[in-house]
Design a protein around this ligand. Structure first.
Ligand code: DHB
Ligand code: FE
Length: 285
């Protein structure tokens, strides 16, 4: 059967992708940031997944105000890196897993969550920057990727609790797929940042680190935090963090089938563009 072996959490700042693509990793501004992912790249080599179920948000790239799916699962065979205004990032095509994705759609929809099925989608920095941070700059991505897009751009956005609950349903779906697959689930976006208005540039290190503590130790309680707290404490784009609760909800301790996950890696860094960067690797035991 397919198994979720670990969850990975990381911010997805577009400037990180540009820094990598332009060979600026060694510059003094970026060096401390990329150092935080050296462990992660080695860990991915040692724990190579067959499939990454990648929870991210589209930034009005594939979707627009014309259509706003709350939860959208990619069932396509492949996805091209999107042109976000400067041409597509020079990163490999993302290959999907249509059979597993269709199975997840079937199971999660039958479990009463409404998903939009997406058979064609370009993927923006929300998806490609986490891949670059975790896998570096390979010729081909080392695994299949199932994109799972969450609307955190246009209100109303889903609550932390809705995300946590759908994570549980995604776990049940993945672990009932009849093929031996090592699956990781990634939650991306955040941490504190605000890109516009009088509070542009807002960073809240204390709140972010408390979020990391609680994500590890008390995710069900963390899932009760309302939107207004994310926006007040972590800025308007800090709301991206609800996506991390999907990945956390898919871990075995939440399902009651395993102990608390092992914290394999924890990293926090400011600055990276306008964003506080947070990163965790949690292993199912
Ligand atoms: C930045 C961060 C984001 O999450 C994003 O989607 C766009 C820009 C930034 O920090 O610049
Ligand atoms: Fe973003």
């Amino acid at each position: 059967m397919a198994k979720i072996t670990a969850s990975v959490y990381t911010s997805h700042v577009p400037a990180i992708g540009a820094a990598l693509d332009l060979g600026k990793q060694g510059e003094p501004y970026w060096q401390p940031l990329f150092k935080g992912y050296d462990f992660s790249k080695a860990w991915e080599k040692a724990n190579k997944p067959d499939v990454v179920f990648l929870v991210f948000n589209d930034h009005a790239t594939a979707f627009s105000l014309d259509m706003i799916p709350t939860f959208a699962i990619g069932t396509a065979a492949s996805y091209q890196p999107a042109d976000e205004g400067w041409g597509p990032r020079p990163v490999p095509t993302v290959y999907g897993h249509p059979e597993l994705a269709a199975h997840i759609a079937q199971s999660v929809i039958q479990d009463d969550f409404d998903l939009t099925i997406v058979n064609r989608m370009d993927v923006d920095h929300g998806l490609t920057v986490p891949l670059s941070l975790m896998f570096g700059q390979p010729e081909q991505w080392p695994c299949k990727v199932i994109p799972f897009a969450v609307n955190v751009v246009q209100y109303p956005v889903p609550s932390g609790n809705r995300c946590f609950q759908i994570g549980k349903a995604i776990r049940k779906a993945i672990e009932s797929f009849d093929e031996d697959l090592n699956v990781q689930i990634w939650g991306t976006g955040g941490m504190s940042h605000q890109l516009q208005g009088p509070r542009a540039g807002l960073i809240n290190k204390d709140w972010d680190n408390r979020f990391l503590d609680r994500l590890i130790a008390e995710p069900a309680e963390l899932a009760q935090v309302p939107h207004i707290e994310y926006v007040r404490e972590a800025g308007s784009e800090g709301i991206e963090l609800v996506m991390w609760l999907i990945a956390r909800g898919a871990m075995s301790d939440v399902a009651g089938t395993g102990p608390a996950p092992k914290v394999a890696h924890r990293f926090f860094h400011v600055p990276a563009s306008n964003t506080a960067v947070g990163h965790l690797i949690l292993e199912n035991q």
